[in-house]
Write a protein that binds this ligand. Structure first.
Ligand code: F6P
Length: 356
């Protein structure tokens, strides 16, 4: 191959730039490839004029390693095969993508994305007849086939930092603090961040819970002489009855965090407050772990592309980078498994993580 494209797709996270840098450095220095960064995900190849930037040595210096976000831009708007147009109609934009690939003379594409992006972009690449290699990223860490995705470590650090800040104010006011983290389908951020930040209750979408169980744990903590408690909940958690909280936006609830505040205060009589972390988990300086992961992934992805090993994704397993087939990745989100060792760890620490 001579010309390599790289794009970021889906929600951003810390470490994307470190992955872009690693791809560009290795592809240029080791293989002498021309590297084109496609702007705003697949849109850069579908829109006219085409939108891309050449990744020269100057832009791949150490600065990229430290920067959050993605210098290439990204998108998670619209299905390219059924793309919403301003007039309300839908258009299949895969022919535009294929034409864009041809016009730029791309021989291979490295896609830095989550499971949804991998699914969509691999279909687009099949239409365009171009080989693709994936690099997993998502703060949610719910990509199949890999133990870690780029962005997760930094997001967990943000959760831990938030709990470190919430604990002293909770203690000062004798309050329960509820911290709502991201994690639409999976509870990896909440589980990892909650353990590292000393939460008393951790609720994740994968495990059913009862409000009585939550209140019981808080009362136990108070009975042991502590005047405050910390609760971590993933945004994807539903009400005790299993209803999505967004269905109830009619007034009473602002989200699962606020739902829990009301229920906990009522059941325990303790003043309770909610903090919704939101997109701060996605931004900021990448952790060392994310930089190492992104760099290792970027280097290996280039090697796979150069060897023509397409239809694969780089993944982290057992302390190193491996290659997994894309078919393993595109099946949907990877939930926290019922036998995840961290659930045992949490229970061993006395944390209420829902019903066994
Ligand atoms: O998939 C990553 C994620 O951060 C989810 O945890 C969250 O629900 C979602 O992205 C938010 O995305 P948006 O950028 O559309 O607000």
């Amino acid at each position: 191959i001579k010309t390599l494209g790289v794009l970021t797709s889906g929600g951003d996270c810390a470490g994307l730039n470190a992955a872009i840098r690693a791809v560009a450095l290795h592809a240029r220095q080791t293989y002498g490839l021309r590297v084109l960064g496609i702007l705003d995900g697949t849109l850069g190849l579908m829109d006219r004029p085409l939108r891309y930037r050449e990744l020269h040595a100057e832009i791949c210096d150490g600065r990229l390693l430290r920067e959050g976000g993605t210098v290439l831009g990204t998108t998670n708007r619209g299905d390219p095969f059924h793309y919403p147009m301003p007039d309300g109609s839908y258009l299949d934009r895969s022919p535009d993508f294929a034409e864009g690939v041809r016009e730029l003379g791309l021989d291979a594409l490295i896609v830095i994305g989550g499971d949804g992006s991998m699914r969509i972009v691999s279909r687009l690449c099949a239409v365009a007849g171009i080989g693709m290699v994936g690099i997993p990223k998502t703060i949610d860490n719910d990509v199949h086939g890999t133990e870690y995705a780029v962005g997760f470590s930094t997001a967990v650090n943000v959760v831990v930092d938030a709990l470190d800040r919430l604990q002293p104010t909770a203690a000062s006011h004798h309050r329960v603090m509820v911290l709502e983290t991201m994690g639409r389908d999976a509870g990896h951020i909440a589980l990892n961040g909650g353990i590292a930040g000393g939460a008393d209750v951790i609720l994740i979408p994968e495990l059913p819970y009862t409000l009585d169980g939550v209140a019981r744990r808080i009362r136990e903590v108070l009975a042991q002489g502590r005047s405050h408690a910390l609760v971590v909940v993933a945004e994807g958690v539903r009400t005790e009855q299993g209803r999505p909280v967004t269905d109830q936006l009619s007034g009473r609830y602002g989200g699962i965090g606020q739902y829990l505040v009301d229920e906990i205060a009522q059941r325990t009589g303790v003043e309770t407050r909610a903090t919704i972390l939101g997109h701060v988990q996605r931004g900021g300086t990448p952790s060392a772990r994310d930089r190492i992961l992104a760099s290792s992934f970027g280097v290996r992805a280039v090697e796979l592309a150069a060897e023509g090993r397409f239809g694969s994704m780089v993944a982290w397993q057992d302390r190193g980078v491996v290659e997994v087939p894309m078919s393993m990745v595109t099946v949907g989100a990877r939930a926290v498994a019922a036998d995840d060792p961290l659930i045992q760890t949490a229970r061993g620490l006395g944390v209420y993580v829902g019903e066994a």
